[in-house]
Every structure is written in structure tokens, then in C-alpha cells.
Unconditional design. Structure first.
Length: 346
């Protein structure tokens, strides 16, 4: 198992949508963790190019994350919201459904014998999981509830990525619902590790070594860290996003940008439209994509999806290898401190 080969239990979150780069993934892998490359929002050709670049930068294990496509939604779901945006904002895109190049991207990771292939937004069917495993890949599935974990285990997943509600970016739920279960990462890790011995990787606002130590003590085999890597020089994070991470502005869950629940730093767009946005992904992602791109280009934080976990004020700008080493050293120190305090008790 790849987790047993790592020098440190730090896994890079995929960070789809710009921050993910081959350089960032390679730096984390070279530092002893597990780097991930996001397939989401890349074209198949761009994924193949990025993967070719990644394998020139590291000989250590790495992973690629894919979005599992869901069903399309029609104008009855998104029509009123699109009309609202078009009347109030300049440069709104057109709603459309796509499967993010699902078949082509699967072929790329299968043919490339990628060491770890992870999935978000759903669990692939068992035959597909077995096919990837036969090609030499481990299959990891992101889950947000014990019920989703049960489905992933039954399908043959090698590892469960337990994403708590604290995490930045999109919720990895199999189905976005109006009343989702909001398990914190510690609660979810405890429930999953008590159920069986399927390895669990914890994700959700793990910005310090003490937080990493906490999930490891709770039973996780590794910590998946995303927001803490957004300020690294190797990341493709936009300047406006980097600036926002340095501020103490709270985060919130919203569907305003993409029609799928995601956590980001509060801004004007979320305030204006957060309560009105329907469940309609990826149709609304395409509607707001031009607005967000313009905001990144002009440095306007009020129209950009500033994905971040709840602990983002603790992010420390430094190279990715230093983030891995710092989190690891802090985790060791945190565990040692707890052991020492327990030993001092009568």
C-alpha cells in the first residue's frame, strides 16, 4: 500500500481549479508525502501534459484525482438563478452540462498506471475500480458520511478519504442535497475506523501539525492537507486568492459559484447570491466561470471563489517541502507533549 511507503503521513489535496500544478505535487512527493494532481477542470490533453511533466519531476508515488460525473439538471433547476445573474452581473456564461472528460481521463490514468487514483463527487462502480486496480493503481474514494463510506467499501475502494465539513473547496458528497450531513473530520474518522480496517485519510482544516496529530491519534493513516499548500510558491493559486488567505475573514458553505456546496472565504458574491443558488452542478460552474476569471485577472476578490478551509488564517507561506516538514515536526512534538502530560498525571 502506498501509505506504507511514505516518509511522512502528509497527502496533498488535489486543489482543482488552478492551484494544482505538477511542481506542487512533485514537491510534496519528494518531501516524503503523497502529491496529487487534479484532473478536474483540466482537459484530457492538459491532464496528459501535466502528468508527463509530473513524472519527470519525481520518481516517488503520486496520485491523480477525478470528478465522478453526476446527472444533468435542466432550466427548472437553474433558470431563475441564471436570469438573476445575467441581470445583475456583466460577462455571465451559458449553463451547460459536461462530464469533465470522464472517459478520456480514465483512459489516461489507466494507461499511465498512476499509483493512486482518487475520486470525488461519487464512487465509481466496482468493475471500474477493479479495472484500475488490475492496471496497478490504488483507488481512493472521498466520503463525507458513514453511509458513503459503506458504499465505497462495498465497491472495493482501497482507501477512504474522510472529508470533514471544515474542509475548503467542494464537499465531496456523492449527492449534493438541501440538508446534508455535516460530520466534522474527527467525528467521521472515529466512525469510519471503528467500522472496519479500511485505511482512512483525514481531510478538513488541518493547517497545523497539532491538527495532523489529532487525526492520526483518532485512527487516520494520513492527513490530506489542502489550504495549507495554497500559499506555496509551487502552487498555481491566483494573487487575489493568496491575499485573501492572509486575512482573518471567516469561511462559509455556498453554492453561489458552481451550484454545488463548497467552502470558501466570505465575499460579496456569496453575500449577494448564496441564499438563492440552486443545486445545479456543473451547469452553474460554467455560468460563473467567466466572472471568476475576470475577477482573478483584475484582482477583485468579491467575484472569485476563494476556496479555503476554516483554519485558513493559520496558513504559512513557504515552499511545499517546508510545509511537509513543518507539519510533520509539529505533529511529532504535539504527540510527545500529550504523552508527557499524561505521564505526569497520577
Amino acid at each position: 500500500m502506498v501509505l506504507d511507503e511514505l516518509g511522512t503521513p502528509i497527502v496533498l489535496a488535489p486543489l482543482a481549479g488552478g492551484p494544482s500544478t505538477p511542481e506542487l505535487a512533485a514537491a510534496v512527493s519528494e518531501a516524503g508525502g503523497l502529491g496529487f494532481l487534479a484532473a478536474g477542470y483540466r482537459t484530457p490533453a492538459a491532464l496528459a501534459e501535466a502528468l508527463d511533466r509530473l513524472v519527470t519531476l519525481t520518481t516517488r508515488p503520486y496520485g491523480v484525482n477525478l470528478f465522478v460525473p453526476g446527472p444533468p439538471s435542466g432550466p427548472e433547476a437553474w433558470g431563475d438563478y441564471v436570469t438573476l445573474l445575467a441581470a445583475a452581473e456583466t460577462g455571465v456564461g451559458a449553463p451547460r452540462f459536461d462530464d469533465d472528460g470522464w472517459a478520456d481521463k480514465l483512459a489516461i490514468v489507466e494507461q499511465g498506471r498512476v499509483p493512486v487514483v482518487s475520486f470525488t463527487f461519487g464512487c465509481p462502480p466496482q468493475p471500474l475500480i477493479r479495472r484500475l486496480q488490475a492496471a496497478g493503481s490504488e483507488v481512493w474514494v472521498t466520503v463525507t458520511t458513514p453511509a458513503e463510506a459503506g458504499q465505497a467499501r462495498a465497491a472495493g475502494a482501497d482507501v477512504l478519504v474522510a472529508q470533514g465539513v471544515e474542509a475548503g473547496g467542494h464537499r465531496g458528497s456523492f449527492t449534493d442535497t438541501e440538508d446534508p450531513d455535516d460530520f466534522t473530520v474527527l467525528a467521521l474518522v472515529q466512525l469510519l475506523t471503528a467500522a472496519d480496517d479500511t485505511p482512512v485519510v483525514a481531510a478538513g482544516a488541518l493547517a497545523t501539525g497539532a491538527a495532523v496529530a489529532a487525526v492520526l491519534c483518532a485512527g487516520a493513516r494520513a492527513a490530506q492537507v489542502g489550504t495549507a499548500f495554497l500559499a506555496c510558491p509551487e502552487a498555481g493559486t491566483s494573487p487575489v486568492h493568496r491575499d485573501a488567505l492572509a486575512q482573518p475573514t471567516p469561511t462559509a458553505l455556498t453554492r453561489a459559484f458552481t451550484g454545488r456546496l463548497a467552502r470558501g472565504i466570505r465575499n460579496g458574491f456569496m453575500a449577494r447570491y448564496g441564499s438563492r443558488a440552486p443545486i445545479a452542478y456543473p451547469e452553474l460552474h460554467h455560468v460563473t466561470a467567466p466572472l471568476r476569471a475576470a475577477g482573478r485577472a483584475t484582482g477583485d476578490p468579491d467575484v472569485v471563489n476563494l476556496w479555503a478551509g476554516q483554519a485558513h488564517p493559520l496558513v504559512r507561506p513557504m515552499p511545499a517541502a517546508d510545509v511537509v516538514r513543518t507539519l510533520t515536526d509539529e505533529a511529532r512534538a504535539a504527540v510527545a507533549g500529550v504523552v508527557e502530560r499524561l505521564a505526569q498525571r497520577p
